[in-house]
Write a new protein. Structure first.
Length: 258
């Protein structure tokens, strides 16, 4: 059985760590490089950087920030935000990213997924899905930082992305994002059941049990979060302890022990 990864997510806008709630009401947190150093010291399983400023304006993610953060890290590093072309992907890999995260660019140009997988290998291509639940309970994929509806159903889009060659799906609930009120378990379960590649739960974690629920009830293969690590006294190692106590295998860090 694969071990469950715990993945902090850094959202960056205009060079600063920025944490919105439900993709609105942004809060500036700190210097992303300083925060990356903290997560490096804690030897998290992986770190994800999403440049939400770039994604909103059809611009590529800031390569200088990627380079600066990559210089601080030995842990795996995934980067997304405004990626629309293979040229951008090549530049990000040269800057130090080990994986790329595609969202709006993948929806608008699906062949970007297959081209990226051919270039890098499927294991380096992540498709992130932002989904909004309607009043009738149905979910729809949104792009452009949650501004534009697509008519796509998240599970169906996840299956298509897998068929195109991506190696991992991140599923994020727009309504839960940044609220720290828990993941949308129903959404995670729908997507994880639709694909055979790893599914990463994102959006809403506020306490240790939320991460456990994403795996045991939602079927997630990995758990990602931002706000809970910045605004509450919860660390990735505390999450790993909770997962392990629930019988979920995790990757051990030297700060936890052997």
């Amino acid at each position: 059985m694969l071990k469950t990864r715990v993945i902090p997510v850094l959202l960056v806008k205009d060079g600063l760590l920025n944490k919105p709630v439900q993709f609105r009401r942004p809060r500036t947190v700190a210097d992303p490089i300083a925060i990356a150093r903290v997560f490096e010291e804690r030897q998290v399983d992986e770190l994800v950087l999403l440049d939400i400023g770039s994604g909103a304006y059809d611009e590529a993610v800031n390569e200088a920030i990627v380079l600066d953060i990559a210089d601080e890290l030995s842990v795996p590093f995934a980067v997304g935000g405004g990626i629309r072309s293979l040229d951008t992907i090549k530049r990000l890999i040269r800057a130090g990213a080990e994986k790329v995260v595609l969202n709006t660019g993948a929806v608008r140009t699906p062949k970007l997924i297959s081209e990226s997988a051919t270039l890098l290998g499927s294991q380096c291509v992540v498709v992130s899905i932002d989904a909004l639940r309607a009043d009738d309970g149905r979910y729809e994929v949104y792009i452009d930082n949650g501004k534009t509806p697509t008519g796509l159903e998240p599970a169906a889009w996840a299956r298509e992305a897998q068929e195109l060659g991506c190696g991992e799906i991140v599923i994020n609930s727009i309504l839960q994002d940044g609220t720290m009120e828990g993941y949308d378990i129903a959404l995670i379960r729908k997507v994880s059941a639709a694909v055979s590649i790893p599914t990463v739960a994102c959006g809403g974690a506020g306490k240790e049990v939320d991460f456990v629920d994403a795996v045991t009830k939602g079927g997630a293969d990995a758990v990602a979060a931002g706000s809970v690590f910045h605004f509450r006294r919860v660390t990735p190692n505390m999450v790993k302890e909770a997962l392990q106590q629930a019988g979920i295998p995790v990757r051990r860090s030297y700060l936890i022990g052997t």
